[in-house]
Design a protein around this ligand. Structure first.
Ligand code: GUN
Length: 294
């Protein structure tokens, strides 16, 4: 069994990003990312801070808006519009999910699709569906695909089961894997909580991508011997024996699944670091496009 080292693969991506930032800065362009968080969800706060820190590490411009949970939809959209108009900003990310009084779709629709580094705007969703390479692709599925490519795991002709159908991971993941080209050309099944005999469907997978958002949902009987398992889940589970009071666990019951696998990602240190690496890469790509550098 091989442990897929997401941290190491992310470092490789960051090295390329650092070089690209230096090259752009030499031309007077500093890639800029704005991250907006509404409310004080501790996990979201941690993500937002790590994105901010990574921007600084790579020499990028970073703006962070941490807004109270009571922020109105109109005020949030007003901030998005200011960021749309700000020439120092090339990427805008509004952390999902927002509080329930905010219509997430309306906020995403307000983001300039040329700055939508999350790839959530309908125009970018359409581009991914059409196979148009000019759009932005959601960072988590992009990171999963990069992990497979960098680990030398062939997707062409493989049976891949994507467990989960979210806008952030499952749906775009399926589209990426069925697209033509490296990291694609797979036979993709999208399974979810309503799928009949989920373990049996998952056992058909040469590569299983777990993105269902339930701690340790994928058990040994979901996995065929020799499969590759990519665990997208990052769940906080109470553990009062730890000083933090919680531990992080994936969507996969790692201890019982790992021995059956050809390769598997750990949590933490698997998909998580790749998501942020792809966000940085997409923001740099956006800055290049704004400067008409391709
Ligand atoms: N919440 C969890 N993952 C993501 C992501 O990739 N982008 C945004 N905006 N919110 C998220």
């Amino acid at each position: 069994m091989t442990l897929i080292d997401g941290k190491a693969i992310a470092q490789k991506t960051h090295a390329a990003s650092r070089a690209a930032v230096a090259e752009l800065k030499a031309r007077g362009i500093t890639p800029g990312l704005a991250v907006v968080l509404v409310g004080a969800d501790p996990a979201s706060q941690a993500y937002v801070r790590s994105k901010d820190k990574m921007c600084h590490d790579l020499g990028m411009h970073s703006v962070k808006h941490e807004l109270p949970a009571t922020t109105s939809q109109a005020d949030l959209i007003a901030i998005v519009r200011l960021l749309n108009a700000d020439p120092a900003i090339h990427g805008i990310l509004v952390q999902s999910p927002p509080p329930s009084h905010i219509d997430e779709r309306a906020v995403i629709d307000a983001i300039d699709p040329r700055k939508d580094v999350d790839g959530f705007h309908p125009l970018n969703v359409a581009k991914l569906t059409l196979g148009d390479p000019d759009g932005f692709v959601p960072c988590t599925p992009l990171g999963c695909q990069r992990l497979l490519i960098e680990s030398g795991i062939e997707t062409a002709g493989a049976n891949i089961v994507v467990l989960g159908r979210s806008m952030i991971v499952g749906k775009p993941m399926a589209l990426l894997l069925m697209a033509k080209g490296p990291g694609g050309d797979a036979t993709v099944t999208v399974a979810h909580s309503r799928t009949r005999d989920l373990p049996a469907v998952c056992r058909t997978a040469d590569i299983l991508i777990a993105a269902i958002g339930r701690p340790e949902f994928v058990r040994a009987d979901f996995v065929k011997d020799g499969a590759v398992v990519i665990d997208v889940g990052i769940n906080r589970v109470d553990d009062f024996s730890l000083p933090k009071g919680y531990r992080l666990t994936g969507d996969v019951a790692f201890a019982e699944v790992a021995p059956k696998c050809r390769a598997i990602t750990p949590v933490p240190g698997g998909v998580g670091p790749m998501t942020i690496a792809m966000l940085m890469a997409s923001t740099i790509a956006s800055a290049r496009r704004f400067a008409a550098l391709g």
